[in-house]
Design a protein around this ligand. Structure first.
Ligand code: TF8
Length: 338
């Protein structure tokens, strides 16, 4: 045993100076203060996953990565935070992929309606080569896309009337994300689409600046939209991913070991977040009903009518430079369905 100790000690002593000269920085894990911004509340599925990620990073770095979450858009809206990351003023964030279209246009492909049938298909496409390729496209723009989390299938709420058919959307001022695919889609349905940052949404609903909005049931619950919205229509019109981002400027300054800690923590957070969001989502409808929302599902026939009606949105998307990415995602979805 002593011999072994001696031998390893000797080996370490011999190797150490070499390692120090060549790869010391790659091995290093420094104390890092990581400001992580997000838009939803601390008690939301987003907030819970941020907390998980902070703990994971701390564990994997021996307490050296001190990640602090800033919820409720206290560091700014999705778009403001993206810019802070690009400039290097903030280290990390999570937000909607839909708000990234100003930076990498191809992210708009996820917003096309009725693309995924279920979460399993979404996981396969997002975590597979297609999703990876879009993450990589961010590198030239000053961002590092780490993993996708689940926001979820989006549903409609409003304060005017129950929506049981497309025509019921007529004239409703509906807040949408700042993204042309959403604006196009809801204008086709006859609504009056109003693009707005999420951070302004509750007040806009409360003051009647807009009549409605669309988001997964988990968000309708955690952002208390039931306090200002009467009607919930389960439409599942888009599967919406979240994306965990790092500032490339900051990321490039990390050692190889530090990058590994970050990447592995992000993957662990993805598994946690998806399970947690799905569990929470299963409880949300009952919760919202209890809070007094009037809830209806769209009939399969009506959903078919909606699918028909938005077909030209796909053609428009393709014609405006999205033909290749649309073809690629459709192939990836077809493969996931097999
Ligand atoms: C939305 C999204 C939100 C995200 C979040 C604030 O409606 O669904 O979940 O933007 O990061 O804006």
């Amino acid at each position: 045993f002593r011999k072994l100790l001696l031998a390893t000690g000797l080996a370490a002593a011999l190797l150490a100076p070499v390692a120090a000269a060549t790869t010391a920085s790659a091995q290093e894990v420094k104390t890092r203060i990581i400001r992580f911004g997000y838009g939803l509340s601390e008690s939301s599925n987003q907030g819970r996953a941020v907390k998980f990620l902070a703990e994971e990073m701390s564990k994997r770095s021996g307490g050296k990565f001190k990640m602090k979450g800033f919820g409720d858009a206290s560091l700014g809206s999705d778009i403001q935070m993206q810019n802070a990351l690009i400039g290097g003023a903030q280290e990390m964030m999570v937000g909607s992929t839909a708000t990234l279209v100003g930076i990498v246009k191809d992210f708009g492909v996820y917003d096309l309606p009725f693309l995924f049938n279920n979460e399993k298909e979404a996981d396969a496409v997002l975590d597979g080569p297609f999703g990876e390729k879009l993450l990589k496209a961010l590198n030239d723009k000053g961002l590092v896309g780490l993993v996708y989390w689940e926001n979820g299938f989006r549903n409609l709420t409003n304060s005017k009337r129950p929506i049981t058919k497309i025509e019921d959307m007529g004239g409703i001022k509906l807040r949408v994300m700042q993204n042309p695919v959403y604006i196009d889609m809801f204008n086709r349905f006859g609504a009056n689409a109003v693009p707005l940052a999420f951070s302004e949404l509750f007040t806009a609903l409360e003051t009647g600046t807009v009549d409605g909005q669309e988001n997964p049931v988990t968000t309708i619950q955690s952002s208390k939209f039931y306090e200002v919205q009467k009607y919930l229509t389960i439409s599942r019109h888009v599967y919406s991913p979240w994306i965990v981002l790092a500032s490339k400027r900051w990321y490039d300054g990390l050692s190889a070991d530090e990058k590994k800690i970050l990447n592995e923590s992000a993957v662990a957070s993805r598994e946690f977040e998806r399970k947690d969001s799905r569990d929470a989502s299963a409880q949300s409808v009952a919760y919202l009903k209890e809070k007094g929302m009037q809830i209806n599902e769209l009939s399969p026939a009506e959903l078919d009518r909606m699918r028909e009606m938005v077909k030209p949105a796909f053609d428009k998307y393709a014609a405006e430079g999205g033909a290749d990415v649309l073809k690629d995602i459709q192939a990836a979805i077809a493969a996931a369905r097999k």
